[in-house]
Ligand binder design. Sequence first.
Ligand SMILES: Cc1cc2nc3c(=O)[nH]c(=O)nc-3n(C[C@H](O)[C@H](O)[C@H](O)COP(=O)(O)OP(=O)(O)OC[C@H]3O[C@@H](n4cnc5c(N)ncnc54)[C@H](O)[C@@H]3O)c2cc1C
Length: 405
Amino acid sequence: MSFFVSVRARNSKFIIVGGGIHGAYLAISLLKQGMAALDDLIIIDPGDEPLSNWMAVTSNVGMDYLRSPKVHHLDTEPFSLKKFARNRSYTRPLFIAPNDRPSLDLFNNHAGKVLEESRIRERFYHGLVSRVSLNKNSASVSVNGETLKSQYVILSIGQGDNINWPDWALAAKQRGAPVTHVLERSFSRLRLSDTATVAVIGGGMSAVHTAISLAGKDRMILLLTPHALRQHDYDSDPGWMGPKYLTLFRRIPNPKERRSVINEARNTGSITRDLKKKLLLLEKRNQCKVYTDSIVACTHVSASITQIRLSGGDVFGVNQIVLATGYNSTRPGGEMVDQLASNYNLPCSECGYPVTDVSLRWHNQLFVTGALAELVVGPASRNIIGARMAAEKIVRYLNLDSTNI
Ligand SMILES: Cc1cc2nc3c(=O)[nH]c(=O)nc-3n(C[C@H](O)[C@H](O)[C@H](O)COP(=O)(O)OP(=O)(O)OC[C@H]3O[C@@H](n4cnc5c(N)ncnc54)[C@H](O)[C@@H]3O)c2cc1C
């Protein structure tokens, strides 16, 4: 649901570009910390609802439990999800070890309640921002052919426009091969036949969730991972969520060096122990076969069979190829962010990512969160906890700014 009249009629204080976990969390923080009234906010997103990209990708991969613990969620009060769980009955465990990770159902139901209470849906505007303009004391965005003005713009755009399609997969798709990507909103598991042989490509959480959830009595999964399965409980060490590692990280003056620390700290392409266990069980039942190898050629042999050749020489005929190859490492935001950086000469590191101040300001009127903020927030910036870390910085700045007026 979108709103129109009130937005056109007046300027707002904050335009948040992106209504995912980061954009929604920030809006809720601004409201709860008294930095904004509901009418001061506009949240712009191409989805029909806040969090629609989160809902789509987690359902596409068939995720049942989050990787993050129960204190990471959409509310500003850390134990809010735990309290919410007390009053609910569910058909399966609400939390699993290690670290009390909530079920996706519980997390989403709690998020629904927090959204309802915050009323931010009333300030949700359906559209894709194509341009951001900055002035000395104001900013504006172009969306759906109109210009909306505000005091501040906050980019919380996630990485959904930056999905990693390997070259061989793009070429194969162009030749008509049945290749899809599990992180695309258009992906539908319902289109896969119950008796298909499906190649799932990737070696991280998304790939293994996808393999486990797609395997069936008569549906065989080939999981092709470019590296041996790596086991880690978190996307990065929990020390990156607080002063243990962040104090030293923030003393690194050089963004290039910060980037290498971030890359080193991330447990990219790793899986949790429970997923590894489930995968091994599927292998035992002959519903899944794991190959540590990469595809070198992909030929569409007939309407239903695609032949894949691995670098080790193995050749398989499969009915479907599902990519779970994550996101590109380049700066997200495409042309919109490229233009913004170049039009206003905004500082970027060698990796292309924003160099912001400690409050995540890329310009007097512009803040960033998520991947765009990681040179300040650190390796956990893209995660749910990263939304809390970013919001704290932005709110602290606004608070100080308002007391200095
Ligand atoms: C399958 C999966 C499972 C995950 N599980 C966990 C987990 O358990 N714990 C954890 O901490 N993290 C997890 N993550 C990481 C997770 O992505 C983030 O925690 C969170 O979803 C990121 O939120 P976001 O708001 O930054 O991005 P998104 O959810 O992608 O939201 C960004 C929104 O901005 C919109 N947008 C982009 N450009 C524009 C534009 N120009 N105009 C308007 N809107 C725009 C997008 O359409 C999108 O709706 C997981 C990720 C995946 C893919």
